[in-house]
Design a protein around this ligand. Sequence first.
Ligand SMILES: [Zn+2]
Length: 284
Amino acid sequence: MKSFILHLVIIITLTLVSCHDSGTVPGKVTDSTKHKTIQNNGPKTVADAATILARKEVPVLCYHQIRDWNGGDSKSARDIVVPVNRFKAHLKILADSGYHTVLPDQLYEYLAYGTPLPEKPFMITYDDTDDDQFNIAWPEMKKYGFKGVYFIMTVSLNRPKYMTREQVKQLSDEGNVIASHTWDHHMVPEYTTEVDWQTQVEKPKKQIEEITGKPAQYFAYPYGLWKKEAIADLKKRGIKAAFILSTHRDPGEPLYTIRRMIGSGYWSAPGLYKSMIKTFNNKR
Ligand SMILES: [Zn+2]
């Protein structure tokens, strides 16, 4: 499973999308002559795809394992295994540079309705349920007031080297978001039957909700792989937004193809910082 991820990480390009915030806030009417904003009382309408794509893109980082390298780690594995001190330096440079973490509900409100975010927003996400995400990443994030998003595979809960249900519950109780990364990491483009969708999306979503007592409305595609037809299936099952890796967003479904960048184990803190700016500010 992991070797496949590594392969993908290597082939994925960091080609990106232009960003320009239109500042449109549906539900509000601006009177340009008087420079006043008049609130109407209608229901909020999700912005159209072009408006969402035109908003300034929020950097979303994706981490997997946070531990020191050992002799068994291949060259490619070291992209997704980030040594502990390096990970700490990644967080520090972002905190020192004035970045604030945001969570999926905030990102959704911003993308869908134009609701403003804190200054210098970014999101930090973790995939695959590794226990160092609880033991190392969470205490480090707390130092800076950061909160994160944990995309978990429910099959791995309570297994050695993975997080327990109690740890997941604690992360949720302490303000992080627990979200779905399927049952056992099967890739979405291969789901063909109702049973596939139940096993990989419906049941894991329900299980997360039972553990945390909160809705689990966000999803990360295993390996970042998705297909257009699957988006309707995700919507039908109550998934509000979904995350890919650093490939292109879908022009018609930007909320179901939110981009993330792998925080590589090879990057120094300034390297990560530069790469993040470049990835999320490129003009197409
Ligand atoms: Zn994964």
